[in-house]
Design a protein around this ligand. Structure first.
Ligand code: FES
Length: 614
C-alpha cells in the first residue's frame, strides 16, 4: 500500500494503489481548495510533490501550471493517482472565513423567548406513607402531569433523585421533559444557531435566557472537496446513497467541530445546549438532513420538502444534548432556501410597509422584494464570478486577495486583504477593478477593453505596458510579477469582464423582474439591502458604476451583514420569530425566472456596464 505524507501538516496515510490524491487528502482530513469537483478545469487544487518520483504532467496540469512550477513538482491533486510512497506539500489554506467581520451580523438586540424552560425542584422524599412513583412525584411538584419524558432521562431518574437529595432541575421543551439534571442548573440554557453556507459554515452559541451571543466560530464547508457549487454536490449525492451519506457526514462533522470550538471558548457543557437552529440554501438543507437532493438540479427544481424540519440531535449525531431539537428553517423553493428566510426575518421584510429589496449576492443570487404588503422572491444564476471562481486570477476573499481598486489621480491603486502581496482577486476587488478601468476609460460600456492599437491616444503612456494582448482578447496587468505573491503577473482579462457582466446582469435582471411583477419602477424602491459577507465589502459606488444595482442614491443602499445567520440566531432566541419563519413558505410568492419570456431581453440589456450613479 503506498504511503502519502502531507507536509507541513505532518499527516501520513496509507492508501490503495491508484488512489486519487485529492480524495486521499480529504481522507486525511486536509482541505485542498478546488472549485470544479476534481474535473481538472479550475486549476485550484495545486500541491507540490517534494519526494516520490517524477511523472509526466497531464493536459490539465499543463494548462494551469507554469512550466517552471511543473518542473519544481507542482501538480493538480485531482489529476494524480498515487502508486508509490510520496511526500506532498500542501499550501496553507487561506480561508475565506478568516475575514473576521463576516462573523458579525447586523442585528444586535435579540429577543429572549426560548422554547426550553427549566425548573429547579426539591422533592419530598418517598416513605411508606407516600409511595408515589418518582416520575409522578416530579410531575406533581411541577404541576404539569401532562408532560412526557424521554425514556433516556427516565432510565436514570431513580438514582439521580436519590444521589442528589431529591434536588434536581427539569428542562422542558413544549410538552416534553428533555433533560433532568442534578442540583440547580436553571441558569444554564444554551443554543447554537448555524448558517450552513456552500463555502463557509458559521455557528453562534447563545445564552437563551438573555438572547446574548456568547461565542462565534466558522469553518470552511468540507463538502468543497466535491465541488464549489451546489450542482456538483447534488450530482455527487445523486450518484449513490453512500455519496449522499458522505456529504451529510462531512457537514455534520464540520458542525460538530464548530460546536466543540464554541463550547471550548465558553466552557459550557455540551448537555446544556438544548436547541439548535440552522439556515442554508435548499441544497445545504437537504444534505444536512441527509435527504436526496437529486430533483433540485433539473427543471422543475423540486425540493423534497419546504416546511421547517425538526429532528432530535441524537438522530443527526450532533454533539449537544441528545434530546436537543434541531430546527432547520423552511425553504421557499429549490433555489430560494432558508438562508433567504433568515434574511427576511433579519430585515423584518415580512413586517415592513415600505418598498424594500434584499439581495444576497453569490453564485446563486437570491432576491426578495417587499412591496405593498406582498413578499416576492427569486433566484438568479449569477455564476461564481463574485466568489472569485472562473476568473483568471480569481480567489476567495482571503489574505492576499485584491479587495479594492481605485482610479485616482490618473493611477490605479489597489489594496489586498491583510495588506500582504497580492495572490489573486476576490469578488469585491473584481467589481472595483472593472469600475476603475471604466473610470480610466480603458473599458467600454459594452464591456470590451478599448483596442490600444486602434486607439493609442486613449491609453495613457503609463498604462501602455499594462494593457496588453492576452488569450481571448486584451488584459490589464493589475499587479506585476515582481510585486505579486505568486511570482506571476495578476491580470484582469477580457474573459473576466465577460464573467462579471454575466453575473451582474443576472442580479440586475432578477431585481427588474420582481419590480415589474409588483408594478414598481426602480425609483419606487425605498431601500436596497445587501445581505451576506459580499454585501459588506462591495463598494456601493463601484456597484453603481458597473450597473450592478439600480439608480438609487447611495444612502438608500445598505449592507446588512450576514443576515441569513442573524435570522438563524433570531429564530433560536425567540419562539415567536420561529413561528414567523414557519409561515413564510406560504407567504412568499416565488417567481421562477426560467419561465419568464421577458427575462432574456432584460438580462442582455443589463449586461452592459451602464453607469447607474444618475
Ligand atoms: S482542477 Fe483540481 S479540483 Fe479543480
Amino acid at each position: 500500500m503506498p504511503k502519502i505524507k502531507f507536509t507541513p501538516q505532518n499527516k501520513e496515510i496509507d492508501v490503495e494503489a491508484g488512489a486519487n490524491l485529492l480524495k486521499a487528502a480529504d481522507q486525511a482530513g486536509l482541505y485542498i481548495e478546488g472549485d470544479c469537483g476534481g474535473r481538472g478545469t479550475c486549476g485550484k487544487c495545486r500541491v507540490k510533490i517534494t519526494d516520490g518520483g517524477k511523472i509526466e504532467p497531464t493536459t490539465a496540469e499543463k494548462k494551469h501550471i507554469s512550466s517552471n512550477d511543473l518542473e519544481s513538482g507542482w501538480v493538480l491533486a485531482c489529476q494524480r493517482s498515487v502508486d508509490q510512497d510520496i511526500v506532498i506539500e500542501v499550501p496553507i489554506q487561506k480561508d475565506a472565513h478568516l475575514r473576521k467581520t463576516t462573523l458579525a451580523g447586523g442585528v444586535e438586540d435579540l429577543t429572549a423567548e426560548p422554547m426550553v424552560e427549566k425548573a429547579a425542584v426539591k422533592l419530598s422524599r418517598p416513605s411508606v406513607k407516600d409511595q408515589t412513583a418518582d416520575l409522578e412525584r416530579l410531575l406533581d411538584h411541577l404541576e404539569k402531569p401532562e408532560l412526557t419524558i424521554e425514556l433516556r432521562e427516565l432510565s436514570h431518574l431513580p438514582a439521580l433523585l436519590r444521589n442528589n437529595s431529591f434536588a434536581v432541575t427539569a428542562a422542558m421543551a413544549g410538552s416534553r421533559i428533555i433533560s433532568i439534571e442534578p442540583g440547580d442548573t436553571s441558569d444554564q440554557i444554551y443554543g447554537v444557531a448555524f448558517d450552513i453556507g456552500t463555502t463557509t459554515i458559521m455557528g453562534s452559541l447563545l445564552d437563551l435566557k438573555t438572547a446574548s451571543v456568547q461565542a462565534v466560530a466558522a469553518t470552511t464547508n468540507p463538502q468543497n472537496a466535491y465541488g464549489a457549487d451546489v450542482i456538483s454536490r447534488i450530482t455527487h449525492a445523486s450518484e449513490s446513497k453512500e455519496n449522499l451519506k458522505q456529504l451529510q457526514d462531512k457537514v455534520i462533522e464540520a458542525a460538530n467541530n464548530i460546536i466543540k470550538d464554541l463550547l471550548k471558548q465558553t466552557r459550557v457543557a455540551r448537555d446544556r445546549v438544548y436547541e439548535v437552529t440552522a439556515v442554508g440554501n435548499t441544497t445545504m438543507s437537504h444534505l444536512f438532513m441527509g435527504v436526496d437532493p437529486t430533483y433540485l438540479a433539473p427543471a422543475p427544481f423540486v425540493p423534497a420538502y419546504s416546511r421547517v424540519l425538526e429532528v432530535e440531535a441524537s438522530e443527526l449525531g450532533l454533539k449537544v444534548n441528545p434530546a436537543a431539537m434541531i430546527t432547520f428553517l423552511p425553504n421557499i423553493a429549490g433555489y430560494v432556501g432558508s438562508d433567504t428566510v433568515g434574511v427576511i426575518l433579519a430585515a423584518d421584510m415580512d413586517q415592513r410597509k415600505d418598498n424594500c429589496a434584499a439581495i444576497d449576492i453569490g453564485t446563486n443570487g437570491e432576491l426578495v422584494l417587499a412591496a405593498n404588503g406582498r413578499l416576492m422572491a427569486c433566484s438568479t444564476a449569477a455564476g461564481p464570478a463574485f466568489e472569485g471562481a472562473q476568473i483568471k486570477h480569481g480567489m476567495r476573499a482571503a489574505a492576499g486577495a485584491i479587495e479594492s481598486v481605485d482610479y485616482t489621480d490618473g493611477e490605479i491603486k489597489l489594496s489586498t486583504i491583510d495588506d500582504v502581496p497580492a495572490c489573486g482577486i476576490c469578488g469585491s476587488g473584481l467589481i472595483d477593478a472593472a469600475a476603475a478601468l471604466l473610470d480610466a476609460g480603458l473599458v467600454e460600456p459594452s464591456g470590451r477593453f478599448i483596442n490600444p492599437v486602434e486607439n493609442p491616444e486613449k491609453v495613457p503612456n503609463h498604462f501602455k505596458d499594462r494593457l496588453r494582448s492576452g488569450i481571448g482578447g486584451y488584459e490589464f496587468v493589475l499587479v506585476a510579477a515582481k510585486d505579486s505573491d505568486t511570482g506571476d503577473d495578476i491580470v484582469l482579462s477580457q474573459g473576466d469582464l465577460r464573467e462579471l457582466q454575466l453575473a451582474k446582469g443576472a442580479i440586475y435582471a432578477g431585481l427588474m423582474i420582481l419590480l415589474k411583477e409588483a408594478g414598481l419602477n426602480e425609483e419606487d424602491l425605498d431601500q436596497i439591502l445587501l445581505a451576506g459577507a459580499f454585501g459588506n465589502y462591495v463598494r456601493k459606488e463601484s456597484a453603481l458604476t458597473i450597473g450592478l444595482l439600480p439608480q438609487l442614491p447611495a444612502e438608500k443602499i445598505i449592507a446588512i451583514g450576514n443576515a441569513a445567520g442573524d435570522g438563524s440566531r433570531m429564530a433560536l432566541a425567540s419562539k415567536t420569530i420561529r413561528e414567523r419563519a414557519r409561515a413564510l413558505p406560504h407567504r412568499v410568492e416565488h417567481l421562477e425566472l426560467s419561465t419568464r419570456t421577458d427575462f432574456q431581453d432584460i438580462f442582455i440589456d443589463a449586461m452592459a456596464f451602464k453607469d447607474s450613479r444618475g
